[in-house]
Design a protein around this ligand. Structure first.
Ligand code: ADP
Length: 227
């Protein structure tokens, strides 16, 4: 029987390499959150080579952000017409424009974010972790060859797909992604810290993954059982 948390709509922030996506995977597995992962939606569009994919491919490779209007279109497809309970946003909002988009989705789709998590990791540690990262092309689960290896080398634990490195995990692009994160994240985090102090949680992401997970669960409130 899946466990539930008192918090049902969550946003996870953290620089590239902070471990936020692995944390999101684990929260989703344990508590049944539906992951809304803009980076993964964009990579899927690139793989499909559809209109959005063709427009964003170069930005992704360069580590640059894609325009807010495209993020809006992707999220509208992903959220619209569904039962949006237990959502976990990973990689969104990433600009102040997207902060406004999230507020718009909250009012039009009738849900409310009840926790904003900031997974804090230094730039040096994040860069170190990013070399060795692997991702499942089918379900988006992330691994690390040393820190979080799959059960069978280079193979996804969930669906058996062969794992891939992301083209934007190239060393030069890693630096650019860190720079872009630092440029945009400051104002966004300050915005939520100031306006929603009771919903804003800083988690020390430099601890072992189990400690990051248990600190997060504590922040998200008492777990109960469904049903
Ligand atoms: P990371 O956080 O490790 O960079 P993501 O998978 O979240 O990984 O994002 C990968 C890339 O996708 C980003 O570098 C950016 O180019 C693009 N991207 C993802 N989410 C957004 C967003 N909300 N707005 C603009 N660009 C985005």
């Amino acid at each position: 029987m899946p466990q539930t948390l008192s918090k049902k709509h969550i946003v996870v922030f953290g620089r590239p390499g902070s471990g936020k996506s692995s944390l999101a995977d684990r929260l989703s597995e344990r508590f049944g959150f539906r992951l809304v992962r803009t980076g993964e939606l964009l990579r899927q569009a690139v793989r499909r080579r559809d209109a959005i994919g063709l427009r964003v491919e170069a930005s992704l490779k360069a580590g640059a952000l894609v325009p807010d209007a495209l993020i809006f279109a992707l999220l509208e497809q992903s959220l619209g017409g569904r039962d949006n309970v237990n959502l976990l946003f990973d990689g969104f909002p990433r600009t102040m424009g997207q902060v406004a988009l999230l507020e718009k989705f909250e009012s039009t789709l009738a849900f409310a974010i009840d926790a904003y998590l900031d997974i804090e990791v230094s730039r040096a540690e994040a860069v170190r972790r990013m070399s060795g990262r692997r991702v499942c092309p089918r379900c988006g689960a992330t691994y690390h060859v040393v820190n979080q290896p799959p059960r069978v080398a280079e193979t996804c634990d969930h669906d058996g797909a062969r794992l891939e490195s992301r083209p934007d995990d190239d060393p030069a692009v890693i630096d650019e992604r860190q720079r872009v994160y630092e440029e945009h994240a400051g104002p966004i985090l300050a915005y939520y810290r100031d306006r929603m102090p009771g919903k804003f949680y800083v988690i020390n992401g430099e601890q072992p993954v189990d400690a990051v997970f248990s600190d997060t669960c504590r922040a998200l409130g008492p777990a109960g059982l469904d049903g």
